[in-house]
Design a binder for this molecule. Structure first.
Ligand SMILES: [Fe+2]
Length: 379
């Protein structure tokens, strides 16, 4: 291997449960060789989150090409395809598409005069008050925050398979405040975070934290996602920990969704197998779940019950000691393995705090692989 890229695991304080994340140095993202790409690919599947510092110069095209490398057969459709165009989709207001590189989206906060062919546009950092059933009081809003929504970047309906990787480039980052992220779920859990962090947790750690009985359960089960899930959930409200929705009957009724068919419904394994390490990640988009298909053929269709099961399985994995809250610096290019981690927007910016990020992911050519037959899976 002749690549000059050096990959070093991130280090965390004593007591941390975070066992993922790495920094890669010596990379020329605009001119990656095949050897470089092999190193980056291996780093992603080994460490799940890979940080490249000082990459503010990287073009949208180079970002797209790096993202596309992880699944060359995946074509060039943005991970959510055109579903973000649906007026009622919850994803619609958060994204601006770069005209000359439509797989790359601009996200952030504040008013921007001009950027990559976009002019005079408003970015809005998602705030939990638009999505959670309860909110942090206004007078505490600058100091306290919540996980907005734990998720995987995936369409979860139709032919588009969950992206393998998402790349995020921090072009502009407002300086230095910190906030306390509260779970507000009666546990007292909270986490000190940099303003506007992206929070990551490992699906592998989430799986490993389960009892043997639950491991067997999740290995055999599949999740049926709602049709047009981002429209379906648009009127529902989240739990205070951002990990799934409350069951208040607020979802858009199925017969009021855009046209859909049962063949387009996605039913995916709960555990996704890492193509390099073979580890199993518990990968569930908790807000989009609708029905649970058990190993014995039973289908749990009661939405409240499905959500309770999913929350019970996932909640230990988002405990503060498992959360990596990336401290964004201008020029950070972060690649994350979308099939091995869950992530969440965090934070509340003031109106005049301008932040500009570029995000790219591409719908994959293949759906994630589930567990191997039980005999060959280590518990
Ligand atoms: Fe995301």
């Amino acid at each position: 291997m002749t690549s000059k890229i050096i990959v070093e695991p991130l280090h965390f304080p004593e007591g941390s449960g975070i066992d993922f994340g790495a920094v890669a140095s010596n990379a020329d993202i605009e001119n990656l060789t095949d050897d470089d790409l092999a190193v980056i690919r291996n780093a992603l599947f080994t460490h799940q989150v890979v940080v490249f510092k000082n990459q503010g110069h990287v073009s949208p095209k180079a970002q797209f090409k790096l993202t596309q490398h992880f699944d060359p057969a995946g074509g060039s459709s943005y991970g959510h395809g055109k579903t973000i165009d649906a007026k009622r989709s919850i994803l619609h207001p958060d994204l601006k598409t770069i005209p000359h590189q439509p797989q790359v989206q601009v996200i952030g906060n504040g008013r921007v005069a001009s950027y990559e062919g976009l002019t005079d546009f408003q970015l809005r950092h998602p705030h939990h008050k638009t999505f959670h059933a309860t909110t942090i009081p206004e007078h505490e809003d600058l100091d306290f925050t919540r996980f907005y929504r734990w998720h995987i970047d995936a369409a979860l309906y139709g032919p588009l398979a969950p992206s393998v990787v998402t790349t995020l480039l921090a072009v502009k980052v407002p300086g230095g405040r910190r906030q306390t992220c509260r779970y507000d779920d009666g546990t007292g859990d909270e986490l000190d975070v940099p303003l506007g962090t992206t929070a990551f947790v490992s699906g592998y750690a989430m799986y490993d934290a389960l009892s043997d009985e639950d491991k067997a359960f999740v290995r055999g089960a599949k999740m049926e996602y709602a049709p047009h899930p981002y429209v379906w959930m648009s009127s529902a409200k989240s739990r205070s920990d951002g990990l799934g929705l409350l069951s208040q009957g607020l979802e858009v009724p199925i017969d009021e969704l855009p046209p859909h068919s049962p063949e387009e419904t996605q039913i995916l394994p709960l555990c996704w197998r890492n193509p390099v390490t073979g580890r199993l990640a518990l990968q569930i988009h908790p807000s989009a779940v609708r029905k649970l298909h058990l190993a014995d053929g039973t289908v749990i269709g009661d939405l409240a019950e499905v959500r309770e099961i999913v929350h019970r399985l996932q909640r230990p994995g988002i405990a503060p000691k498992y959360v990596y809250a990336h401290d964004w610096q201008q020029g950070d290019l972060v690649l994350f393995h979308n099939r091995g981690v869950l992530h969440s927007v965090v934070g509340a910016f003031a109106e005049d705090e301008v932040r500009l990020f570029r995000q790219c992911n591409i719908a994959a050519s293949q759906f994630p692989e589930g567990p191997l037959p039980t005999a060959s899976v280590a518990a």
